[in-house]
Design a protein around this ligand. Structure first.
Ligand SMILES: [Zn+2]
Length: 127
């Protein structure tokens, strides 16, 4: 039944003469390339973020942070727009409590509980 309907509608479409009215294509159809991409239509802050992501930067820390060993040679990098930032350390994977402490700009500091190293790095927002 459905196949007969398909055949009939296909035949009707094929037998239409040039004088019959056609449905105009949408001006912004995908086949015409009319729908702008995110990159083409983004403005303002969204555009700045997209441009930064293209360059491999992550200005608003939207991506998963890189992993650090937490040793003196490879401290956890903590970006901050201020001279100090409060940091929460989950010292061991299964801990249910978080150790909070202030991290200041300059030399790497250690977590008072587990001794992992943290280093504050200046960070500038793109706007
Ligand atoms: Zn810790």
């Amino acid at each position: 039944m459905a196949s007969r309907l398909l055949v009939r509608s296909a035949l009707r479409a094929l037998t239409r003469g040039p004088g019959t009215a056609r449905v105009p294509l949408a001006a912004r159809s995908m086949s015409a390339g009319g729908i702008p991409t995110d990159e083409e239509q983004a403005t303002g802050l969204e555009r700045k973020i997209m441009k930064a992501l293209e360059k491999g930067k992550d200005p608003y820390s939207m991506l998963k942070p890189p992993q650090y060993a937490g040793t003196k040679e490879d401290p956890h990098i903590v970006p901050s727009i201020n001279k100090k930032r409060i940091v929460g350390c989950i010292c061991e994977e299964d801990n249910t409590s978080v150790i909070w402490f202030w991290l200041h700009e300059g030399e790497p500091q250690r977590c008072p509980s587990c001794g992992a190293h943290y280093k504050l790095v200046p960070h500038e927002l793109p706007h």
